[in-house]
Write a protein that binds this ligand. Structure first.
Ligand code: RFL
Ligand code: PHB
Length: 398
């Protein structure tokens, strides 16, 4: 088997890259470890930046996000028992975010890929990469009991944090940076109307809480829990009781509870691997970096990496320039580190840290007060939340 770009991983990064390349006439095959139902069953991100929507549009799959997504012009910060609105739209010069689930993005991309007749090799096991430092890289894998080889010009490693792409780079060529937080997020998805039209990020003495949504009838709530917490120890009733204790009186009153349709715990971590390119292997998305979910940046960063990689491959195949390939890692990492900084800062501001003590607590309170009272401080939050500039136009090939 041969293709131009072999993509490892059919998460949002891999699927988006595949679709963009297809619009530019660049042949690609995706090799994915799981089946499509498993990939669709992972409930993750909910907030899309305009840049991500632009890329979905460029890939020809943005129509459902525009029709069914919920544009959000603000977020609410809850602390010391009161809510304060951050007007993202006014403070960012007219930008907003879109609430549209990662599951839906993935579904739209999968459907478009299938309609275009592009090859996705689901349920491929023992995937390994070969010759990435030469000019003829290969992806080897087993499928239906047979060992297969996919020859290609380039490999896009879009296989997430636990994938094999990053692990295929020689250790000496990679530098990693990491911070693990001493807590996780317990998330619950329910078919109940959201407690508020906007997202509520709450800093409370009992820990952080987030009220989010997927639609006007489907809610997503999160609670900060200790790292060692187990999902099985959290009944639905226990979750709702704890969430109520972390809300303001009005929200507590309005909260509609119901049976959970999904419940899981995600550990929180910041992680970056540098560089994001090794020879003919390009890492994109969670394969190269992880942010704690507080700033809603993970999927958006994955999408902006893909935008840069798409630029690089189109320039290469049109023989216009090698600059995109040469500067891919540098271009991505500038944006990655800014999002890492924002996500780390917002996480530090909104969570209770076991080791902080009374001084740290007072500093957090002072910063929250400053944040909502100072236009400069809220502007900084707003411009990061809606998404920083990509540093170059996203190419659309129509
Ligand atoms: P993914 O989604 O992990 O997909 C990787 C794919 O690669 C496959 N794979 C392999 N395939 C072949 N061979 C192997 N050896 C393989 N190993 C793995 C996997 O099966 C999978 O299909 O990575 P990708 O595409 O880079 O996408 C990244 C996003 O999923 C992630 O950044 C976001 O979900 C993060 N995130 C959020 N991001 C946002 O932008 N906004 C949000 O509101 C937001 N909320 C969240 C989040 C992540 C969360 N969790 C659970 C970590 C909320 C949560 C709770
Ligand atoms: C979500 O809806 O899953 C969500 C929203 C905002 C975040 C993180 C997750 O910051």
């Amino acid at each position: 088997m041969r293709t131009q770009v072999a993509i490892v991983g059919a998460g949002p990064a891999g699927l988006l890259l595949g679709q963009l390349l297809h619009t530019a006439g660049i042949d690609n095959v995706i090799v994915e470890r799981q089946n499509s139902a498993y990939v669709l069953g992972r409930i993750r991100a909910g907030v899309l930046e305009q840049t991500t929507l632009d890329l979905l549009d460029a890939a020809g799959v943005g129509h459902r996000a525009h029709a069914e997504g919920l544009p959000h012009d603000g977020i609410e910060l809850l602390f010391e028992g009161r809510r304060h609105r951050i007007d993202l739209h006014a403070l960012s010069g007219g930008k907003r975010v879109m609430v549209y689930g990662q599951t839906e993005v993935t579904r739209d991309l999968m459907e478009a890929r299938e309609a275009a007749g592009l090859l996705t090799l689901y349920e491929s096991s023992d995937v390994s990469l070969h010759g990435i430092d030469g000019t003829r890289p290969e992806v080897h894998f087993s499928r239906n009991g047979k060992r297969e080889v996919l020859q290609c010009d380039f490999i896009a490693g879009c296989d997430g944090y636990h994938g094999i792409s990053r692990q295929s780079v020689p250790e000496a060529a990679l530098r990693t940076f990491e911070r693990v937080y001493p807590f996780g997020w317990l998330g619950v998805l329910t078919d109940t109307p959201p407690v508020c039209d906007e997202l509520i990020y709450a800093n409370t003495p009992r820990g952080f809480a987030l009220c989010s949504m997927r639609s006007k009838t489907r809610s997503r709530y999160y609670l900060q829990v200790p790292s060692e917490a187990k999902v099985d120890d959290w009944s639905d009733d226990a979750f709702w009781s704890e969430l109520r204790l972390r809300l303001d009186p009005e929200a507590r009153e309005r909260l509609v509870t119901g049976p959970s349709i999904e419940k899981s715990i995600a550990p929180l971590r910041s992680f970056v691997a540098e560089p994001m390119r090794f020879g003919r292997l390009f890492l994109a998305g969670d394969a190269a970096h992880i942010v704690p979910p507080t700033g809603a940046k993970g999927l958006n960063l994955a999408a902006s990496d893909v935008g840069f990689l798409f630029d690089a491959f189109t320039d290469h195949y049109r023989e216009t320039s090698a600059a995109g390939i040469d500067h891919y890692s540098q271009r991505c990492l500038k944006r990655v580190w800014r999002a890492e900084r924002f996500s780390w800062w917002f996480t530090s501001l909104m969570h209770r840290f076991p080791e902080t003590g009374a001084f740290g607590q007072k500093i957090q309170e002072a910063e929250l007060g400053y944040l909502v009272e100072s236009r400069a401080a809220s502007t900084s939050l707003a411009e990061n939340y809606v998404g920083l500039p990509t540093g170059g136009p996203v190419r659309s090939t129509g």
